[in-house]
Design a protein around this ligand. Structure first.
Ligand code: NAP
Ligand code: 3JN
Length: 334
């Protein structure tokens, strides 16, 4: 970093994650000397506000990374595959939000509360995990340190913002159409998402799982550095705008009580425990949205196995699940 901060580029600045990057860099007073906002030709020339100044969006091209120190990518996997190596060659460190590089053995996959040390071996690209993985490992890792985890079974309830700005618009439009007795239009999802749940996130694989489910399995093992941990996932899209929720069943090798788990989680970085069901206190998506923490509640014993717990884990998928986690990685570089 120069004396007066980093030269930063955001690739995909006009998208849902890109917008959140702008908010978070501003909120956290990230040391920025210059900020380049990059997107496709469609939005080149538009302006976006950062620190009370309008910045013009430029079209991403091969010369976009000259003098850039940190490039934050959120324009999809194919853009990351093509342009991250170009950015690295130009001297930038890339923090990539897509799945393009996550499982590459030469690329660290980082959640700062869990494996900050992995940043040390980066060779130019650092991968940001999938949103559903991030919030789950932030809650699992403190427990894993105390009583080794044997198996995790997770079902997700994922907000439409995980599919980008177009999906946020689709849910709003469908709700409005239904209340005005008109038919719904479907573009982003194969079924109506308003007042519905779709057990389908990303594409189906031959084995019947979706890519989102496989990402959760593989990324969790890589971040927690434990290939022996069994993970089984079902990912579901729900008609919520912001905030992913997860029902997480955890089997341990050693005993761990709900009370102890609650205490451990309450002391863990990035976690907030909301767990007093008698007072209707538990995490909910609309209250998690706009916050940085991973909220955990409904912590209770699973008596069907020797050592097991169930819990409910909620976080803002665009903040901790994407932009915030990436900015926290960037802060570790400074
Ligand atoms: P979005 O709202 O659809 O935004 C997409 C962004 O990519 C826009 O800025 C768009 O620019 C830009 N873009 C698209 N094609 C481009 C091209 N050919 N050249 C340059 N820029 C291009 O999507 P989003 O929700 O922000 O997500 C973006 C990506 O972030 C996803 O594809 C995914 O890889 C990643 N993501 C990760 C997580 C996570 O779990 N960590 C969560 C959500 C998203 P225009 O405005 O010019 O079209
Ligand atoms: O659907 C969600 O809730 C999260 C979506 C993440 C996403 C969306 C499009 C492409 C990803 C991701 O981060 O895994 C990708 C990708 O594969 O890069």
């Amino acid at each position: 970093m120069g004396e007066d901060g980093f030269n930063v580029a955001i690739v995909g600045a006009t998208g849902a994650v890109g917008n959140e990057f702008l908010k978070i860099l501003e909120e956290r007073d990230f040391p920025i000397k210059s900020l380049a906002l990059l997107a496709s030709a469609r939005s080149a020339g538009e302006t976006l506000m950062f620190r009370k100044r309008d910045i013009e969006v430029e079209e991403l091209d091969e010369d976009s990374f000259e003098n850039i120190d940190i490039a934050l990518f959120s324009a999809g996997g194919s853009i990351s595959k093509e342009f991250a190596p170009i950015a690295v060659k130009a001297g930038a460190t890339v923090i990539d939000n897509s799945s393009a590089w996550r499982m590459d053995k030469a690329v660290p996959l980082v959640v700062p509360e869990v494996n900050p040390g992995a940043i040390a071996w980066h060779k130019g690209i650092i991968a940001n995990p999938n949103c559903s993985t991030i919030q789950m490992v932030v809650a699992l890792n403190p427990l894993h340190q105390k009583a080794k985890i044997k198996r995790v079974v997770v079902s997700t309830y994922q907000a439409v913002s995980g599919s980008g700005q177009k999906a946020v618009d689709e849910l709003s439009q469908q709700v409005r159409s239904l209340f005005s007795m008109q038919g719904v239009k479907k573009n982003v999802y194969p079924h109506q998402i308003a007042f519905n749940c779709l057990p389908h996130i990303d594409v189906f694989q031959e084995d019947g799982y979706t890519k989102e489910e496989i990402k959760m399995v593989n990324e969790t093992k890589k971040i927690m550095d434990d290939d022996s941990m069994e993970v089984s996932a079902t990912c579901v899209r729900v008609p919520v705008f912001f905030g992913h929720s997860e029902s997480v069943n955890v089997e341990f090798y050693e005993p761990i009580s709900p009370e102890y788990a609650r205490d451990i989680l309450a002391m863990s970085p990035g976690v907030a425990v909301l767990d007093d069901p008698s007072q209707n206190i538990y995490p909910v998506a609309i209250e998690a949205a706009g916050n940085d923490e991973v909220f955990v509640g409904r912590i209770r014993k699973d008596s069907t196995v020797e050592y097991g717990l169930n819990m409910w884990v909620v976080s803002d998928n665009i903040r901790k699940g994407a932009a915030l986690n990436a900015v926290q990685i960037a802060e570790l570089l400074s």
